[in-house]
Design a protein around this ligand. Structure first.
Ligand code: NAD
Ligand code: DAU
Length: 345
C-alpha cells in the first residue's frame, strides 16, 4: 500500500505519519507539505531516515506537481490533512483559506480521478456544524446536523466537504470524511489555545483568554483521532461522514486554570481580552456512528492526556522555542498587542 498524507509536517498530520509507520511497517508513506508557517520539517526528523517514508515539499494547489507525484507514486490511499487551520488567521485573511482548503482539495481529488485510487479521505472538522448553545447540554453534533458555519475557516472546510461529497456522487470517487473535535497533544502549533497557554505560562507572560472564557470545546488526544482515521480509511463505508469526539467538553477558562495548576503558576497570569469575532460557543460531538460501525472509542482520558502534553512541551522546548522566536513574534504582536483587555465582574 502506498499512502499519501498531505499536511504531514503539521500537528495532526505528523502524528498520523508516526502512527501509520508504526502500525503498518509494510506501507509506504509519502508526506506532501508546502511547509507554510505551520509546517515543520524538524517534526519529522525521526522518520526522515525510514526507507518507507518520503517527504515531498509541494503545494496541494499545484496541479502539475501533484499529477507528476501521483504518476510516479501511484498512491492507493490519499489522506488530506493539508489546510490553513487557524480560525483567528482566517478572520484576518480569508483568501488563503479558500485557496488551500477548497481549491487544494479539488486538485487532489482531480489527481485521484486521473490516476485512480482506492480511497480519498478528507480530514474535516466539527466546526462545519457551527456551534451549540451553552444552555442546551442535551444537544450534540451528529452527522445529520446541518452545516452552518461561523468563520471563514469553517466555511472553507464546509465548502471542501461539499465538494468531496459531490465528487463521490458525480464521479463515484471513493471518498470518506471525518469531522473531529479539538485535538491536543505533541507538536500542536503554539498559536492554538493549549500550547499557547503552556508557552506563556512557562514564560510568566499573560494568558489571554477571549471574553469570559466560557466557550466550550470537546477535546480529544491526537493519537485517538489518528486511530479513528486509520479505521475509517480501512473499514469505513465509502461516501460516508464520520464524527470523531470523545465527550470531553471543557470551558476554555477551566483548561487555562488547569494548565496554571499543573505548571505551578498563579491564576493571576490570566487576562481576559477582547473576544474572537463570531466566536462559536460550544462544540460537542456525538460519536455513536463511528463507535457502532467501526468500534472506535477514545483511549486517552483528558486528565492523563493533558499531563502527557504538558510534559511533552517541557521536554521539547527546542521545538517550540524555535517556532515562537521568529516570524511568530510579529503574529503575536499583531493578534494580541492590539487586543483590548476586558474586566470580568
Ligand atoms: P496545522 O496547521 O498544524 O498543519 C497544517 C499543515 O498543512 C502544515 O504542515 C502546513 O504546512 C500544511 N499546508 C498548509 N497549506 C498547504 C498547502 N497548500 N499544500 C500543502 N500543505 C499545506 O493543522 P492541524 O491542526 O494539524 O490540522 C490538520 C487538519 O485537521 C486540517 O485539515 C484541520 O482542518 C483538521 N482538523 C484540525 C483539528 C484540530 O483540533 N487541530 C480538529 C479537527 C480537524
Ligand atoms: O473543533 C476543531 C477545530 O479546533 C479545528 O478545526 C481547528 O483547526 C482548530 O484550530 C480548533 O479551532 P478552535 O478555534 O476551537 O481552536 P483554538 O485553539 O484557536 O481555540 C480554542 C478556544 O480557545 C476557542 O474558544 C478560542 C479560545 N482562545 C484561543 C486562543 C488562541 C482563547 O481564549 N485565547 C487564545 O489565545
Amino acid at each position: 500500500m502506498t499512502v499519501i498524507v498531505t499536511g504531514g509536517a503539521g500537528f495532526i498530520g505528523a502524528n498520523f505519519v508516526f502512527h501509520m509507520l508504526a502500525a503498518y511497517p509494510s506501507y509506504r508513506v509519502i508526506c506532501v507539505d508546502k511547509l507554510t508557517y505551520a509546517g515543520n520539517l524538524s517534526t519529522l526528523k525521526d522518520v526522515m531516515g525510514n526507507s518507507n517514508f518520503r517527504f515531498v515539499k509541494l503545494d496541494i494547489c499545484d496541479r502539475e506537481g501533484m499529477y507528476k507525484l501521483f504518476k510516479e507514486e501511484k498512491p492507493d490511499i490519499v489522506i488530506n490533512f493539508a489546510a490553513e487551520s487557524h480560525v483567528d488567521r482566517s478572520i484576518e485573511n480569508p483568501e488563503i483559506f479558500l485557496q488551500t482548503n477548497i481549491l487544494g482539495t479539488q486538485v487532489l481529488m482531480d489527481a485521484c480521478r486521473k490516476y485512480g485510487i482506492q480511497r480519498y479521505h478528507q480530514v474535516s472538522t466539527d466546526e462545519v456544524y457551527g456551534d451549540l448553545p451553552l444552555d442546551r447540554p442535551d444537544l450534540f453534533f451528529t452527522e445529520e446536523t446541518p452545516i452552518h458555519t461561523s468563520s471563514p475557516y469553517s466555511s472553507s472546510k464546509a465548502g471542501a466537504d461539499l465538494l468531496v461529497l459531490a465528487y463521490h456522487r458525480t464521479y463515484e470517487l471513493p471518498v470518506t470524511i471525518s469531522r473531529c473535535s479539538n485535538n491536543y497533544g505533541p507538536y500542536h502549533f503554539p498559536e492554538k489555545l493549549i500550547p499557547l497557554m503552556i508557552a506563556n505560562a512557562l514564560a510568566d507572560k499573560p494568558l489571554p483568554v477571549y471574553g469570559e472564557g466560557l466557550n466550550v470545546r470537546d477535546w480529544l488526544y491526537v493519537e485517538d483521532h489518528c486511530r479513528a482515521i486509520d479505521l475509517i480509511i480501512h473499514k469505513g463505508r465509502v461516501g460516508e461522514v464520520y464524527n470523531v469526539g470523545g465527550h470531553n467538553e471543557m470551558k476554555n477558562i477551566d483548561i487555562v486554570k488547569l494548565i496554571c495548576k499543573e505548571l505551578g503558576k498563579p491564576e493571576s497570569l490570566i487576562t481576559h481580552v477582547e473576544d474572537r469575532k463570531g466566536h462559536d460557543m460550544r462544540y460537542a460531538i456525538d460519536p455513536t456512528k463511528i463507535h457502532n460501525e467501526l468500534g472506535w472509542l477514545p483511549e486517552t482520558k483528558f486528565a492523563d492526556g493533558i499531563k502527557k502534553t504538558i510534559q511533552w512541551y517541557l521536554d521539547n522546548k527546542d521545538w517550540w522555542e524555535e517556532i515562537i522566536s521568529g516570524e511568530y513574534q510579529n503574529y503575536y504582536k499583531k493578534m494580541y498587542g492590539e487586543r483590548e483587555l476586558i474586566s470580568i465582574g
